[in-house]
Design a protein around this ligand. Structure first.
Ligand code: ADP
Ligand code: MG
Length: 904
């Protein structure tokens, strides 16, 4: 077979057209994305070298299709259109093509109209490729590209009979305005705002397509193990044996050049090419230098997905091969995949896994083995298991989507060090987390705090803002290690989620009960106070010397039946949200089976002191499962984690408000202008800073530049004669530290003296001064944007001013912020009472503060080049809020849209 060439190669000439346009064009990276049937297409810009392909596409279209698209039937129309689409770059138009393998299956383009910010869009899909999502994908990519280039609205003329086209626009989730309809032509107007509704529609399509593509991986009809050896220590051999002994009902092949006709009961062939049929999944356990060739062979043979166990191979080249042939890839350097629903165990685990409720995704194979064993032992079991290894393709994002669609999965366990696309991950997790608990271990805590901090906000971001809070915002239960992870998983898998913080503690040894009550308090829970009725019934039931209020102490002299009855009594008390039952086995009576026998009305956690396992399951009547811990602290922490998840579920999601006054193009222009002069980026000069923040409607104090004492005096007069002077000296980050801020100046003499002081202090370096009105009273607040290494942009809020580091009172949330997030953020700092009305003082204007946070969030999401914003202080008063100091740092960023549907 001839070597397939990558369609991308033909675009090289376009990037040589020179100048700014070439740079602009080069910024659009070719991307792969999934069709509704799970196949991958490549989307990239069309260039003159593609003329033949574009012509073939249009010539191949039926007359009907051509008519619908171009409203005309001239025989030359296909050629004319193709030549126009493939003309050299140079104007503001853009053309994207979709390739399935070598074949161009669709094009979408826009041409600017007379109205600035508006462009005419057209879309064509090959006749045989309708209803597979080609048009929608092209539209989504074109929307993203257009937005990044300042287009704010698409227009399209479509014939009214062209319902398919109208459906593409409408179902894309973009609000469409059907404009005038004349002669059967409808003008559709599409404002390009990526609002929540649009993003939800994109996410829904992504889930559908992603799950379709993962079916080849997790629900294959046939599997080949390439590199299956005879020796017991051979990894490939172990995978083959697990597949066969696990009872996989589909076809299994072994590929090994030296093995005989059968291996571990499976037919064995010498090479991938010699396979009698194309397996849907191939598991590669071959030496590193053989991976590239075997992957290529698999692609040619028609394999749909690869799991590469081998480590030390070139992952990028491997991924390129997989993309070329439309194969999904797990690994390399992984431990395998498993799916209980189809009895697929393509791992080299030593023991089989119990089928069950937990979806598991891990980066490290070792952690994966441990989790599988424990989840089996805890009677939770595993639904699907993927060890993503170096995660060149399939990542935790994919697994979230798979779990969401999989009826067997009731909870998800993630142990990964990073998320390929954190923003998309956070958005998906927020949705999936409403359907099932998602748990993870916070990794890299120690490294997270160390970062060179350039501004107050950046310094604020990590030490006090823990990743835990960010995970919680995304709906993920963050634990501090595997032990805590299993403790919480056991509770969430087997017991309902507590609906409140009030825990009833009941034990057969008073001292243990006190320990448990303390542990609950430490974990943020509180002791339930039992109703009078419960107390009196307990008093009747329990022997003399028992404690019936506070932590209930049954004493050791009690039989299992009465202990069980006590559990039932406290669990049915309305003042109790969860029950913690603790027993110490004694010679008098063994209550270990009683801890799981009662209290079914509420979530129940048991502690059996002396139990060797840190957590295990005990069984009650009707097969009820109760997690049982060795120590009260572990049980209390598990209850607390389950409760905070409950709180997250109860909390309204909120809306991401849209602001109609954002001037995106102004921001784009300021950033571009700065990066043109300073390609490495940095802090914007004051005038740019103010203009940029003003374009997003952030509340800024009035300011005027002045370069002489006379000018400063005039500016001060316009501000009402009570002013502040700030020296504009390049390179200074904290102005007041170096005496660059002159506060509280009244009248001309004050201003002149202050100007003279600044001139003397900074000499030649003084570029001028900023004159601002002096704001009086109010609370100093810090707000800003910082980039978090794992999660992307955060909005930080805290008590500000020059003492902000000393106070260290800050909190942060992931973008995009909802109105609920913004309200919570303001109330989450310790100093919140100062804002909400303290000792008779009126509350500050929190609505304006919240709005400022929401506007910052939009700025961070719309403009990834905005690496850092530091509004410190914002002076918050009952009559409004105003920022008197602002800094913005921009960095060159690959312009990419985190929510765009594309494979990595
Ligand atoms: P920097 O943070 O670079 O030191 P700022 O401009 O934030 O400089 O000024 C330092 C402090 O001066 C602020 O925290 C605030 O307390 C006070 N300040 C600055 N500008 C004003 C103003 N216009 N009105 C009232 N106070 C101000
Ligand atoms: Mg400041």
């Amino acid at each position: 077979m001839a070597e397939r060439t990558h369609p991308q190669a033909s675009c090289d000439d376009a990037s040589m057209t020179g100048g700014a346009i070439a740079a602009e064009r080069a910024s659009v990276e070719p991307a792969f994305a999934l069709l509704t049937d799970g196949r991958a297409i490549q989307i990239r810009e069309v260039c003159p070298g593609d003329l033949d392909a574009v012509r073939d596409l249009h010539r191949g279209m039926s007359l009907e299709n051509l008519y619908l698209r171009f409203f005309g039937l001239s025989p030359r129309i296909a050629d004319e259109i193709s030549e126009r689409l493939c003309r050299s770059a140079g104007s503001a138009h853009a053309v994207l093509g979709a390739w399935l393998g070598d074949e161009l299956v669709g094009v979408a383009n826009y041409e600017p109209t007379e109205d600035p910010g508006s462009a005419e869009i057209a879309l064509a899909v090959a006749d045989g490729m309708h209803h597979r999502g080609v048009g929608t994908l092209l539209l989504e990519h074109l929307v993203s590209l257009a937005r990044s280039r300042g287009v704010r609205e698409f227009r399209a003329d479509t014939l009214t009979q062209n319902t398919a086209m109208l459906r593409v626009f409408a179902s894309a989730g973009l609000a469409t305005d059907r404009g005038c309809c004349a002669d059967g032509v409808v003008e559709v107007r599409i404002p390009l705002t990526a609002d929540a509704r649009y993003l939800d529609a994109v996410a829904e399509r992504e889930r559908y397509a992603d799950v379709a593509s993962l079916r080849h991986l997790l629900g294959p009809a046939s599997v080949a193990v390439v590199g299956a050896g005879r020796r017991p220590e051979s990894v490939g051999g172990a995978i083959l044996r697990n597949l066969v002994s696990g009872g996989f009902p589909g076809t299994v092949f072994a590929v090994n050049p030296r093995a005989g006709e059968r291996l571990a009961g499976a037919p064995c062939v010498a090479s991938v090419a010699a396979l009698p049929e194309a397996p849907e999944l191939a598991v590669l356990a071959v030496p590193p230098d053989a991976v590239a060739q075997v992957a290529e062979d698999c692609g040619r043979r028609g394999v749909r997905s690869l799991v590469v166990i081998t480590s030390g191979c070139d992952g990028r080249a491997l991924l390129a091969t997989c993309r070329r042939y439309g194969m999904r890839l797990v690994g390399p350097n992984c431990f395998g995949v498993a799916n209980s629903a189809v009895r697929l165990d393509a791992t080299f685990a030593a023991r089989p896994t119990r089928a069950g409720a937990a979806g598991v995704v891990v980066q490290s194979g070792g952690v994966g083995i441990a989790l599988r064993d424990h989840l089996s032992r805890l009677d939770i079991g595993v639904s699907s298991f993927v060890s993503v290894g170096d995660k060149y393709d399939v990542s935790s994002n994919d697994m979230l989507l798979w779990w969401e669609a999989d009826p067997a999965t009731r909870l998800g366990v993630l142990h990964v060090e990073s998320f390929g696309n954190p923003r998309k991950f956070a958005r998906t997790a927020r949705r999936v987390g409403r359907r099932m608990p998602l748990l993870t271990v916070v990794a890299g805590r120690s490294a997270a705090g160390h970062r060179a901090a350039a501004s107050h906000t950046a310094a604020a971001a990590t030490p006090t803002v823990t990743q835990e809070a960010l995970f919680r915002q995304a709906g993920i239960i963050a634990t501090h290690g595997l032990g805590e992870l299993l403790d919480a998983t056991a509770l969430l898998a087997h017991q309902p989620i507590p609906t409140g913080e009030r825990v009833a503690v009941i034990s057969n040894a008073g001292g243990v009960g006190v320990l448990a009550a303390d542990a609950c308090a430490d974990a943020g829970l509180c002791a339930a106070s039992l109703s009078e009725r419960t107390v009196s019934e307990l008093t009747r039931l329990l022997p003399h010397g028992a404690a019936c209020t506070g932590p209930v102490d049954t004493t050791a002299a009690i039989d299992p039946e009465r202990f069980t009855r006590c559990l039932d009594l406290v669990a049915t008390d309305d003042g109790v949200d969860a029950v913690l039952a603790l027993v110490v086995p004694t010679a008098a009576s063994d209550l270990t089976s009683a801890v799981a026998a009662g209290g079914a009305a509420k979530p129940l956690a048991a502690v059996v002191l002396g139990q060797p396992e840190s957590v295990r399951v005990r069984y009650g009547p009707g097969g009820r499962r109760v997690p049982s811990y060795a120590f009260p602290e572990d049980a209390a922490r598990a209850l607390s984690l389950a409760r905070s998840h409950g709180r997250w579920l109860e909390r309204p999601v909120g809306d991401e408000p849209r602001f109609s006054d954002l001037r995106e193009n102004t921001v784009t222009r300021i950033i571009q202008r700065h990066l043109d002069t300073v390609p490495a980026g940095g802090w914007l000069p004051p005038a740019d800073t103010m203009e940029l923040l003003g374009a997003y409607g952030l509340p800024l104090a009035a300011w005027r530049p002045a370069t002489s004492a006379d000018e400063a005096v005039r500016a001060a007069a316009e501000h009402g004669d009570h002013v502040v002077l700030k020296a504009d000296v390049p390179g200074i980050v904290h102005k007041s530290d170096v005496g660059a801020v002159e506060l509280d100046l009244r009248g001309e003499a004050d201003v002149r003296f202050a100007y003279a002081r600044l001139a003397a202090r900074f000499g030649d370096r003084l570029g001028g001064v900023l004159v601002q009105p002096m704001a009086r009273g109010g609370v100093e607040i810090l707000c800003g944007i910082v980039q978090e290494p794992v999660f992307g942009p955060l909005i930080v809020f805290g008590l500000g001013g020059v003492a902000t580091e000393v106070l260290g009172d800050r909190s942060a949330r992931l973008t995009p912020l909802t109105d609920v997030d913004a309200a919570e953020l303001i109330r989450s700092v310790r100093g919140a009472p100062l804002l909400l009305g303290h000792r008779g003082a009126p509350a500050v204007d929190t609505a304006s503060l919240e709005e400022a946070l929401l506007r910052l969030s939009r700025l961070a999401d719309d403009h990834p080049e905005v690496a850092e914003v530091d509004l410190n202080p914002i002076i918050a008063r009952p009559d409004g809020v105003v920022a008197v100091d602002a800094r913005v740092r921009v960095l060159p960023q690959r312009r990419w849209d985190p929510y765009l549907r594309r494979l990595r």
